[in-house]
Ligand binder design. Structure first.
Ligand code: NDP
Length: 283
């Protein structure tokens, strides 16, 4: 029987995940479907339960449900536990296993695709939301010289830094003018077409500016380019976190390079795997 997977979010129509997983399934010969499900904001757990009852084997979870997915899982991977958020669910034997592949996705994109070595580097992480939280531990594992979290609401940055200890510093955007080798924008500012109020002095010579947002050029990337930094958007991270989820579910690692290249050129459009509609799903 064809195995069934999905991504849950609200909104969800924009999601590239069905296209990405369809490409992975074709590439690796996996018999599966993958659909996008718009869960009601107050009905995430019900939607997941209906999907499981209909034979769902696993799911990705995106905004705004990652914390609810964390609460729903009855088994958590260590990295999901540290991140406090879940983006990948696996349904097996009546249980729900929760994992978080965002950090692995970012690391794969930075180190394998962008050839960015992080050991001994100074890293500035902008934002203290779910995405920032999921990448701190994997960044620390690369032994950077410094990791500073800057956030609009300083108390959230402080709270986050406090969870990880081990030399993670926290601040607001004001007065931040030391140079960094890698500046990661994990704020939602780009979604609104806004630029976090940054000093251009944060870009060290040869710095890489990375925006987790993907799909369009952002004020952050434009600002970074204007001040001499190399830039990258979050499309590679998106595909790499999907590949890690695919591996968890299917035990096979897809080749991400052609999928990233095709997505960049919109060549994956219209190729998602169809699945029969779920009856009675409230959206
Ligand atoms: P959250 O809502 O959890 O966090 C939002 C963060 O952005 C907070 O730190 C918030 O600050 C800050 N923020 C919001 N608006 C502004 C603004 N105008 N100026 C400065 N700071 C702002 O979102 P997520 O962490 O889930 O997502 C953040 C970004 O990462 C999104 O763009 C998302 O699309 C992207 N993402 C990309 C992924 C990928 O695979 N490429 C994976 C996951 C996320 P405050 O605390 O002050 O409110």
């Amino acid at each position: 029987m064809t195995d069934r997977y999905a991504v849950f979010g609200h909104p969800i129509a924009h999601s590239k995940s069905p296209l990405i997983h369809a490409a992975f399934a074709r590439q690796t010969g996996q018999d599966m479907t993958y659909e996008a499900i718009l869960a009601p904001k107050d009905g995430f757990a019900d939607s997941v339960a209906q999907f499981v009852a209909a034979g769902g084997r696993g799911a990705n979870v995106t905004v705004p449900f990652k914390e609810q997915a964390f609460a729903l899982a009855n088994r958590l991977s260590p990295r999901a536990e540290r991140a406090g958020a879940v983006n990948t669910l696996t349904f097996d034997g009546g249980g729900i296993r929760g994992d978080n592949t965002d950090g692995a996705g970012l690391m794969a994109d930075l180190t394998r695709n962008l050839h960015c070595a992080l050991a001994g580097k100074r890293i500035l992480l902008l934002g203290a939301g779910g995405a920032a939280r999921g990448v701190i531990e994997p960044l620390l594992e690369q032994a950077p010289a410094a990791l500073v979290i800057a956030n609009r609401t300083i108390s959230r940055a402080q709270e986050l830094a406090g969870l990880f200890g081990r030399g993670v510093a926290a601040c607001g955007f004001d007065g931040l003018d030391a140079p960094f080798d890698l500046i990661i924008n994990a704020t939602a500012a780009s979604l609104a077409g806004e630029l976090p109020p940054l000093s251009p002095r944060v870009f060290a010579a040869g710095a890489l500016a990375y925006d987790m947002m993907y799909g369009r050029d952002t004020p952050f990337l434009g600002f970074a380019r204007a001040h001499g930094a190399a830039t990258a958007d979050g499309l590679g991270m998106l595909v790499e976190q999907a590949a890690e989820a695919f591996y968890l579910w299917r035990g096979v690692r897809p080749d991400t390079a052609p999928v990233i290249a095709n997505l960049r050129q919109d060549r994956l459009e219209g190729e998602s795997l169809a699945a029969p509609p779920l009856r009675g799903l409230r959206t």
